[in-house]
Design a binder for this molecule. Structure first.
Ligand code: NAP
Length: 246
């Protein structure tokens, strides 16, 4: 489905990003596994892809830092000569109720989850406009659609990602580039593992499918949006949330 395509997945050392990298590689794409701090885990993802007969490389860059993101895109495009698929997945949480949320916590989440996505979309757009083709898929969150107490920073960033997705879909559509978002619900990863059990139980009760999602649920949706099968879909936010946010 993605043979010959070059894909870059940000934050692919763990969780949803690592599943996206493995799934895209499984469909034939060559995958760049971006990570920030988890070098060994990123290398393990690349090794798993190679063992399955796929092709991958790892690249360390903090996507919230403009120079690091710029160097990554320049190096990747130099190495492969093109970049067909960008998945903006890297994300962090710094949850707290508004009265306790510090400006540092607000800024940190905006810098990675919103500004990082802006920078990566800007950097890849130049190349995709030249190619007159490309797929950008942004990982938002159901929290950016319906809100979530204790996540003012995260909800602002993830709602912002949905807005930027629509703006870029309009800007780039005439050049054969599609831009979509995926809004996961509650997916089992390190990010959600740290929530208290009581919060997990109350969240599960609100999900019509009565269970948390798996990373593969998100990865398969991303692979579809990255493929030719989704050629006429742009500017959309697909909620993969067990019905939580309808
Ligand atoms: P996770 O398990 O905590 O993994 C986060 C990934 O992002 C790691 O690979 C981490 O890399 C990377 N990362 C963080 N900051 C980065 C930076 N500045 N530059 C580059 N990479 C960075 O999170 P997850 O649950 O898989 O979430 C992935 C995405 O899905 C996030 O955008 C998250 O907001 C979104 N999401 C998750 C859920 C959920 O229920 N899990 C729900 C909705 C949306 P290192 O470890 O190398 O630092």
């Amino acid at each position: 489905m993605l043979a010959g395509k070059i894909a870059l997945v940000t934050g692919a050392s763990r969780g949803i990003g690592s599943a996206i990298a493995k799934t895209l590689a499984g469909y034939g794409a060559t995958v760049v596994i971006n990570y920030n701090g988890s070098k060994e885990r990123a290398e393990a993802v690349a090794a798993e892809i190679a063992a399955a007969g796929g092709s991958a490389m790892v690249y360390q860059a903090d996507v919230s830092k403009e120079e690091e993101a710029a160097a990554m895109f320049a190096d990747v495009i130099k190495q492969y000569g093109r970049l067909d698929i960008l998945v903006n997945n890297a994300g962090i949480t710094r949850d707290n109720l508004i009265l306790k949320m510090t400006t540092e916590d607000f800024d940190a989440v905006i810098d990675t989850n919103l500004k990082g996505v802006f920078q990566c979309m800007k950097l890849v757009s130049k190349q995709m406009l030249k190619q007159k083709a490309g797929r950008i898929i942004n990982i938002s969150s159901i929290s950016g659609v319906i809100g979530n107490a204790g996540q003012a920073n995260y909800c602002a960033a993830k709602a912002g990602v949905i807005g930027m997705t629509k703006a870029l879909a309009r800007e780039l559509g005439s050049r054969g580039i599609t831009v979509n978002a995926v809004a996961p619900g509650f997916i089992v990863t390190d990010m959600t593992d740290k929530l208290p059990d009581a919060v997990k139980e109350s969240m599960a009760a609100q999900i019509p499918l009565k269970r948390f999602g798996e990373v593969e649920d998100i990865a398969e949706t991303v692979a579809f949006l990255a493929s030719e099968k989704a050629a006429y879909i742009t500017g959309q936010t697909i909620q993969v949330d067990g019905g939580m946010g309808m």
